[in-house]
Design a protein around this ligand. Structure first.
Ligand SMILES: [Zn+2]
Length: 50
């Protein structure tokens, strides 16, 4: 399972079609609105471990 970087919901990466890639890492989203938020500023949301 993957974690939505916007709302921190658990997402099944085998089922989700809502994905974005940032610096070689694929992120999964629970909803189109979460993906839109991520895509608007991937640097802000795409580095949860930094
Ligand atoms: Zn979400």
């Amino acid at each position: 399972m993957a974690t939505d970087p916007i709302c921190h919901m658990t997402v099944d990466e085998k089922k989700s079609k809502l994905t974005s890639e940032h610096e070689g890492v694929t992120f999964y989203f629970c909803s189109p609105s979460c993906k839109t938020i991520f895509d608007s500023d991937p640097h802000k949301f795409g580095h949860p471990k930094h």
